[in-house]
Ligand binder design. Sequence first.
Ligand code: TXA
Ligand code: MG
Length: 347
Amino acid sequence: MNRRGPTTAEVVGARDPGERARAVARAAELLRQGEAVALPTETVYGLAADATRADAVARLFELKGRPGRNPIIVHVVGVEMARRCAAEWPRTADRLARAFWPGPLTMVLPRSPIIPDAVTGGGPTVGLRWPAHPVMQEVIQACGFPLAAPSANPSQALSPTSAEHVVKSMGHQLRLIVDGGPCPVGIESTVVDLTAHPPRLLRPGIVSTAALEAVIGAVDDPPREGAPADDGVHPLHSPGQMLKHYAPRSPLAVWSWQDVSDLARRLASQGLSPSRTILLIQRQMPAAGRWLAIRQLPHDPASFARALYAELHQSDDLDPDLIVVEAPPSIPAWQAIWDRLRRASAK
Ligand code: TXA
Ligand code: MG
């Protein structure tokens, strides 16, 4: 594997069949050589490498600046390939696969010997997902091996939901970024641990707890306030649980307010000026003009999720002193959104 200095990634589109075939072939060629390639999925863009090769996976950690003990999700096409990556395939896995695959659900299962330590953080389990995005599926098929793929962003930063986001944060480090358009789901997959009894939610996502429970019965909540302390020795059980994660560069706060003067008072009490503040609102539209920017976000959780990271990336570009997100409803349908907002606002 070559070590490269600053370069600029080749960005290949995948809009028409010819272009897509070329993009898939080029991606598969690099992946066979043990290289990392940025690829679209329906959730967020992934930074992919051959999940069966420790050296290729090591490159992902190096590129992301990610702690070496974080497990990485393995992407497959088909239940057959998933079963080759897992040492056991319980009935719960079968049921969930039938209900939600291909799609934004990751199942944690005992790993098989084809999955190296580098993927699992040295732990005994592997996270498996069959993504719905056609480009990702075609690349996995062309490779014939599963792809380890964390989100294609530097560790702890916001996940990318467009090829442009990947170019901005990692373009200088990569050889190839495949542009599959904006991600239709927009937040990372739901992660459920099937080695726990009952199964345990590790990361909420668009596949909700209620949807999982309708298929496999009771599912436990994520461990409270996440972070099993990183003692520097043991594999981190699920780094999505680390509080500061999925964060924009700018400070972010999630607030509700009575009216504009209430909002202005809260800012003033923190020594902040509206002209340096961005508002991401749902219902309460204060008069425009005084703010650095005001953007309205959608009312339903699925559309909100699709828009959220793009809005945060754009907000970061304006370098505000604060991004204020209007608090969404505190009901289960918004669980995954609340999870990401809490992490984005963690100090
Ligand atoms: O939507 C997604 O899942 C995206 C796209 C690219 O597919 N991928 C993604 O990967 O978010 P990453 O590596 O950024 O996040 C992996 C999440 C972490 O919370 C990690 O802890 C959890 O999945 N995970 C992966 N393997 C695990 C395992 N063996 N045990 C527990 N958690 C695991
Ligand atoms: Mg990530």
